[in-house]
Design a protein around this ligand. Structure first.
Ligand SMILES: [Zn+2]
Length: 228
């Protein structure tokens, strides 16, 4: 089950990820960011944390986490970059001897060439597995026995599709804030509730209350199925 406070923090940091990428794109044009510290770690999250910490004072408040949140924010930002973007086909890799070319620095230096990714069929399949994991955890929280049967029923219930995608997406976001993880299927989940007819729903913003209400509706359904 979601912890409201934790969910609020993670969603706030998730929004800042969008803003940080926007800032990176404009700052690259102006040449005001630096890649002069060379990262030896192959772990992108550590490189991101160092880079964000070093630029923290320069970030606009809309994109700036609290200093204490930098490790958590770095995991979310790296995972946001990895799951949501591809490099455009005509990208020319420009490297200079002075700048770091670790995975993280290389990716953000490509800022303007990062194009939104389209989730693959495989991502949508994996998304179903993520929903199963989520329901399993919820069933455990509510001590529902014969959970396999009950979960299958909830998964098949077409009345709860949006709620299930939304709650699973929220759960994955919380998980990604705790562990470095790519999980490209989260993009598929996002499409299932924030898009309609192949277009993003206009003015849609994800809020903690939406996710909490979705979880409440699903938990209710789980209990109903368990008692029939
Ligand atoms: Zn680097």
């Amino acid at each position: 089950m979601f912890d409201r406070k934790q969910l609020e923090t993670v969603l706030r940091l998730h929004e800042k990820s969008y803003e940080l990428l926007k800032w990176v794109k404009s700052a690259l044009k102006q040449g005001t960011i630096s890649f002069s510290v060379l990262h030896t770690a192959t772990d992108s999250t550590l490189a991101a944390a160092e880079w964000i910490q070093r630029h923290l004072a320069n970030l606009p408040s809309i994109a700036r986490p609290e200093a204490i949140e930098v490790p958590q924010f770095s995991r979310l930002f790296v995972s946001f970059l990895q799951t949501s973007f591809d490099l455009s086909a005509n990208t020319q890799v420009r490297t200079t001897t002075k700048s770091c070319c670790c995975g993280f620095c290389a990716t953000i230096q490509m800022g303007p060439n990062l194009v939104p990714r389209t989730p693959s069929k495989r991502d949508f399949k994996t998304a179903v597995e993520l929903k199963q994991f989520y329901l399993q955890r919820l069933a455990t929280d509510f001590q529902i026995t014969k959970s396999g049967e009950v979960i299958a029923k909830v998964l098949a219930d077409s009345n709860f599709k949006t709620e299930l995608s939304m709650a699973t997406w929220g759960a994955e976001l919380v998980r990604r804030s705790q562990f470095a993880s790519q999980g490209e299927a989260v993009l598929a989940l996002w499409r299932e509730f924030a898009w309609k007819d192949n277009n993003p729903i206009r003015d849609f913003t994800i809020k903690p209350s939406l996710i909490l209400n979705a979880e409440q509706a699903i938990a209710q359904r789980l209990k109903e199925f368990a008692n029939t």
